[in-house]
Design a protein around this ligand. Sequence first.
Ligand SMILES: Nc1ncnc2c1ncn2[C@@H]1O[C@H](COP(=O)(O)OP(=O)(O)OP(=O)(O)O)[C@@H](O)[C@H]1O
Ligand SMILES: [Mg+2]
Length: 418
Amino acid sequence: MALMPETAAAMEGSARSLPADEAIAADAQALSEQLKSMRERLFPPAARKTLRGFTSGEAAKLVGVSDGYLRQLSIAGEGPQPEVGAGGRRHYSLTDINALRAHLAEQARAKGNAARARSYRAWRDPAKGEHLQVIAITNFKGGSGKTTSAVHLAQYLALTGHRVLAVDLDPQASLSALFGYQPELDLTANDTLYGAIRYDNEVRPLSSVIRKTYFDGLDLVPGNLELQEFEHTTPRALADRHNGGDAGPLFFARVERALASVADDYDVVVIDCPPQLGYLTLSALCASTSVIVTVHPQMLDVASMNQFLFMTSDLLGVVREAGGELNFDFLRYLVTRFEPNDGPQAQIVGFMRSLFGDRVLTSAMVKSTAISDAGLTKQTLYEIGRENFTRATYDRALESLNAVNGEITSLIHSAWGR
Ligand SMILES: Nc1ncnc2c1ncn2[C@@H]1O[C@H](COP(=O)(O)OP(=O)(O)OP(=O)(O)O)[C@@H](O)[C@H]1O
Ligand SMILES: [Mg+2]
């Protein structure tokens, strides 16, 4: 994007003569055009993100059967058939894997084995009181690993057969970017959660905002800058209400109401919160059944988290007095970007564990170049192939992610009484 020095100088000259708002608008416009052409070069418009296929070994492990049994099924022509590649290697797509889960669950049910059917297919059973789990990933500290944790949790849950809705509540839209959306190009007005929680009559059903992703069973409510509107329109709606106007539910009930309208289609909602404690975050917390606070174990971050906890409890107290319901199935601290060999970090984690006990997840998300490098190409560790890294690096990062996400999945299942 190298500008000729003269061009830059000329722009500088002209920017100086403009009022600040117009100068910034001109810069934004120039940057947007550059980003657009860079993207068109890197990702041609027709190119959509796709999910890699899974080897039969991986598929068997995901479904919970042996590789041999999976081969037997395939030979017998039962269930979805894998794609057979060079050298007879069999590959399954996530859609195949989910079809296989449905097939095996159906078979088990036909034999009267409900427990086994459930082990193949993790869907919640509302008849048994298994309620939609809404998990907010939050902390107002920027860069504490919220988006990285949220995307890997959502994908892990989808890979393990849950129906997942990922909600990008951050106007910066990093989560949407990881799912292949460039917010300023791919989304127009009213394409985010804001469309479903706004106060005016442009409001639209959440179901019409939801987009499918290239992960079978994982849908997305994308985000962009428009979400920020909620921070400005809420004080106005509160003032209107004070003056006798009625704009429908109070801010803290709006996200909950929107999610309730699509609850039947999902088992878990994962909300990636913005790094600020505004109305969006508060509304997300009020809609949540569970909360994960991400913490990078450094003294400054922990001190900032302390402020976050004080402010959150104050604000939630106000919400509760106004009639908001706040009953969490679980609240957990997740240690992120952890370097176990770093003495001070280990000390801080020890300190948190002695203070908060079981509320600190046993597994931590280790710092790994595999995670940050995958992020550079807008990928997660669940998408990127093992061949891109040294095996030890990839395996160590994957093990850590699986341990964290497995622990959260157990918490979800125990909230369902399993
Ligand atoms: N376990 C990890 N190992 C290495 N890098 C990581 C790890 N987790 C996150 N990162 C990197 O740290 C940076 C910040 O992470 P992330 O975007 O998840 O934080 P965030 O809390 O969502 O930030 P924001 O507050 O801006 O929304 C990213 O560049 C990400 O790739
Ligand atoms: Mg983020």
